[in-house]
Design a protein around this ligand. Structure first.
Ligand SMILES: [Zn+2]
Ligand SMILES: [Zn+2]
Ligand SMILES: [Zn+2]
Length: 134
């Protein structure tokens, strides 16, 4: 019963989505990562949220690309363009910021990043007043 269900149709910040279509873009004003719903989340504002505030994302310490915290191990292993990231081993169940073992899967990372004041080492904190779905 612990099958992780991926968020439907979630674009990846690090994936370099080439074809963003205008119009039917994010009509429900929801961040696909932390799932905050905010009527201000039109494209530009949501981009800002991804770049600066979303607690589920963080900048890679090596290449500064913004990556999902839960996917940082994959980023470092396969995608990171910085030579310094070579040989960096980040276990899949470990938070890249505080190095605590948070558990495997997106749900475990959501709890680590969104409950209370979030990850102790995170710069991006969960917003007060936002009910995150955990
Ligand atoms: Zn978010
Ligand atoms: Zn990187
Ligand atoms: Zn952490």
């Amino acid at each position: 019963m612990s099958t992780a269900s991926a968020a439907p149709g979630g674009p990846s910040v690090a994936g370099g989505q080439a074809n963003e279509t205008e119009g039917d873009w994010n009509l429900d004003f929801t961040c696909v990562f932390c799932e905050e719903v905010n009527p201000e989340f039109v494209q530009q504002r949501l981009d800002e949220h991804y770049w600066r505030e979303c607690p589920c994302l963080c900048a890679c310490a090596y290449c500064s690309e913004v990556v999902e915290v839960a996917n940082m191990h994959t980023h470092l292993k396969l995608e990171c363009k910085s030579p310094q990231a070579k040989g960096v081993q980040l276990p899949a169940d470990t938070c890249v910021m505080c190095r605590a073992k948070v558990g495997l899967g997106e749900a475990a990372f959501r709890r680590h990043l969104l409950v209370g004041s979030g990850c102790a080492k995170a710069v991006r904190k969960p917003k007060l007043g936002v009910k995150y779905r955990l």
